[in-house]
Design a protein. Structure first.
Length: 179
């Protein structure tokens, strides 16, 4: 993946999320409030995260337990499937956290050893912040629900947060053109 693409992907995500929050529509608030416990979101996010993780397990090299990948894939696949039955609470949040952690590797890999482009640190800093947030929300996913409730208590909060996301997304979009 090129560094420009690795910068444009988070920029696009920030712009979409920020513009949705800036719109101030009631539908955005309703979707955000439903997300943490949504079964459909859990299927999409946790299911996608499980599929990506199982793909990575299946393609492990021999040095990383690659000889046992069938057993590992069956075990982790069973755990993922049983999660929908036995731990359905906040599964969408956990799935989103897993997707953030899995997507961090290619994004950071694109910026690795690219010292000639110090502006890459705008993207890298955002990715490291997302990693820290994903680890935190993976451990205590109900905090996302609390944040969303706090965010939509006053309409100005969601708009200011949306404006911050759009601003950083625009900055990343500009930075992607400077490589």
């Amino acid at each position: 993946m090129s560094l420009a693409l690795a910068t444009l992907i988070p920029a696009a995500l920030l712009l979409v999320l920020g513009l949705a929050l800036l719109s101030g529509r009631a539908m955005v608030a309703a979707l955000a409030k439903q997300f943490p416990r949504s079964t459909a979101a859990a299927l999409v996010f946790f299911g996608g995260a499980a599929a990506w993780f199982l793909y990575r397990v299946w393609h492990l090299p021999e040095a990383d337990f690659g000889n046992h990948r069938t057993l590992l894939a069956i075990g982790f696949g069973a755990i993922a499937a049983l999660s929908f039955k036995y731990v359905p609470d906040f599964l969408a949040v956990r799935g989103l956290a897993i997707l953030v952690l899995l997507s961090a590797s290619p994004l950071l890999g694109a910026a690795y050893m690219r010292y000639e482009a110090p502006q890459r640190l705008f993207m890298v800093s955002l990715v490291y912040l997302a990693i820290a947030l994903a680890l935190y929300l993976g451990a205590v996913p109900y905090r996302l629900r609390d944040f969303v409730e706090w965010l939509f208590v006053r309409p100005t909060r969601s708009r200011v947060f949306g404006a911050l996301l759009v601003s950083y997304g625009a900055l990343l979009s500009y930075v992607a053109t400077t490589y």
